[in-house]
Write a new protein. Structure first.
Length: 297
C-alpha cells in the first residue's frame, strides 16, 4: 500500500473493482466477484479489507460508486433528481476499521417516467471529464441499458431498457435455449433483425418464436439464431429510444463485445457514434469526484 493516498471502488451487482490511487495515477487494480447480490450490509467491509492488505494506520479515503449505495447495499446513498450534474458529493459510511474513511456516491432518479441509475452516472461523469464540450446522448449498454441525454454538463433525462436481461432470460431459460448458441455471431443476420424489429416492433414476439421454428424446420444455425435474437431485441429498443438518438451524436460506453452491436445498429441509421471503454469511464468519473471533493475540503 506504499504510495497510495486513496482508493477508488466500483461496486456492482455481480462484481467489485478496486483501484489503489496515487493522485490520478493507478498503482494497482484488484477485482472480486463479491457483488451487491451476494452480500449483506455487514459483509462489505470485510470484502474490501481482504482486497486491501497492509493498510496504513491513518484513515485512507475510499470513494465508492455503484450498488453499494443501494437500499440493499452497504448503506443507502439517496438519489439525486434530474436535471443535475453527475453527483460528486458522497455520503460518509461509518467503518468498524478506523483505517478506512469510506464515502459512497449517490445515484440519480427521474420522477416521470420513473427511472433510476446507480453507477452509470459515474461513467457519464468520466466521459464528460474527458469530453467537456459533449452535448448529445450517452448509451450505456448492459443488463439494463441506459440512454442518457446530456446537455451543458448535466444529465437532462434518461431511460432504462431491460434488453440485456431479456436476452439472457430468453437465451438460457426459454424455449429458445435449444436454438441459440452460447457464443458465435452473424453480422448480416444481426443487421437484418435490427431493421425488422425497428420497422415492425409489434411483431417481435412472433419473430422470436420463429427462431425456434426455423431451427427445427430449416436448420437455422445456433450462431445465426443468437445474432438474430440480439438484433430483434436491440432493434425493438432502438425503436422505443428513437427520441433520444435521432439527430444526436451518440457515445456508447461499454466493452467491445456489447458496445459493438449497438454501434453497428446505430450507424446503420446514419447516427455518428463514439465508442468508449466503460471501465475507464468509471475510473475517470471516480477521479473527477475525488478531485471535486478535495476542492471543497
Amino acid at each position: 500500500m506504499s504510495g497510495i493516498d486513496w482508493i477508488a471502488v466500483d461496486w456492482g451487482s455481480s462484481h467489485l473493482r478496486v483501484w489503489g490511487m496515487a493522485g490520478d495515477a493507478v498503482v494497482f487494480r484488484r477485482t472480486s466477484d463479491a457483488g451487491m447480490g451476494r452480500l449483506e450490509p455487514d459483509g462489505y467491509e470485510p470484502v474490501l479489507l481482504a482486497l486491501l492488505p497492509d493498510l496504513p494506520d491513518a484513515p485512507l479515503p475510499v470513494l465508492i460508486c455503484g450498488m453499494a449505495g443501494s437500499r440493499q447495499g452497504w448503506r443507502e446513498a439517496p438519489y439525486i433528481a434530474v436535471p443535475c450534474a453527475p453527483p460528486v458529493k458522497a455520503i460518509a459510511v461509518p467503518a468498524r476499521d478506523t483505517r478506512l474513511a469510506v464515502r459512497i456516491l449517490p445515484g440519480i432518479m427521474q420522477g416521470s417516467p420513473a427511472d433510476v441509475m446507480r453507477g452509470e452516472e459515474t461513467q457519464v461523469a468520466g466521459f464528460l471529464a474527458l469530453n467537456p464540450g459533449f452535448d448529445g446522448v450517452i448509451c450505456l449498454p448492459g443488463t439494463h441499458t441506459k440512454w442518457v441525454h446530456v446537455s451543458a454538463g448535466e444529465i437532462v433525462s434518461f431511460r432504462t431498457f431491460l434488453t440485456g436481461e431479456l436476452f439472457a432470460l430468453l437465451s438460457t431459460q426459454s424455449v429458445l435455449r435449444h436454438s441459440v448458441a452460447a457464443e458465435g455471431w452473424d453480422d448480416a443476420a444481426f443487421a437484418e433483425a435490427v431493421a425488422r424489429a425497428q420497422t415492425r416492433p409489434a411483431a417481435v414476439a412472433a419473430d422470436l418464436f420463429s427462431l425456434r421454428a426455423e431451427g427445427l424446420l430449416h436448420g437455422l444455425s445456433p450462431d445465426t439464431a443468437r445474432a438474430r435474437l440480439s438484433g430483434l431485441l436491440i432493434g425493438m429498443e432502438l425503436a422505443a429510444a428513437k427520441p433520444y438518438w435521432l439527430g444526436q451524436p451518440v457515445a456508447v460506453l461499454g466493452a467491445p463485445q456489447i458496445a459493438g452491436p449497438y454501434r453497428a445498429a446505430l450507424q446503420a441509421q446514419g447516427v455518428p457514434v463514439t465508442l468508449a471503454d466503460a471501465e475507464r469511464m468509471t475510473l475517470e468519473g471516480l477521479k473527477a469526484a475525488h478531485r471535486a471533493m478535495k476542492g471543497t475540503e
